[in-house]
Design a protein around this ligand. Structure first.
Ligand code: ADP
Length: 151
């Protein structure tokens, strides 16, 4: 019986999970990068989502795998098209902060039907990206709960 927690304790530890303890390192690209280079970057960095920043390093947009695929179907020259043309842009970006509860962030991913969100610091200049929260991070947290609860 030792080490097993009650349902109440389980719920409490779930509510105590924070974004900052499960986030990943963000991968960012400049808004004038070409779509072609962004595709190469997504493969070389091995991520599913790229965050787009301006010259002041403020969050401007998000690029998903399907955003890049969609733009490749057309006849446009991917070497000439900057990513800011095709990205999902502010203010329509779902994001979270370090101190957010992981369960609230997870709910946001599901409700918005997205794979990941930037973790940001809100400044007067705009949103500064500090991390990346993905469905994989949520899955890891789910496993960590099981580990601390002696299943
Ligand atoms: P995919 O498009 O590869 O299935 P997503 O489900 O994450 O990947 O993205 C779906 C759409 O939502 C894309 O157009 C993408 O630009 C957009 N998107 C992804 N993440 C976010 C986010 N954090 N906030 C707003 N829009 C997003």
């Amino acid at each position: 019986y030792a080490g097993k927690k009650t349902t109440a304790a389980f719920t409490e530890s779930m509510l105590n999970l924070k974004v900052k303890d499960f986030q990943s390192i963000p991968v960012v690209v400049p808004d004038d990068m070409t779509v072609y280079d962004a595709i190469i970057h997504m493969f070389s960095e091995d991520v599913g989502t790229l965050f787009v920043i301006d010259k002041d390093e403020i969050l401007q947009g998000v690029l998903s795998r399907k955003d890049l695929l969609r733009s490749s179907i057309g006849t446009q020259d991917l070497n000439k098209m900057p990513v800011h043309i095709i990205m999902t842009r502010m203010p329509n970006i779902a994001y979270c902060v370090n101190s957010d509860s992981l369960i609230v962030a997870a709910k946001k991913l599901i409700e918005r039907e997205i794979d990941s969100m930037p973790v940001v610091e809100e400044t007067e200049r705009g949103l500064v990206i500090t991390g990346r929260l993905t469905k994989t991070n949520i899955t890891r947290a789910f496993i960590s709960l099981a580990e601390t609860h002696d299943l």
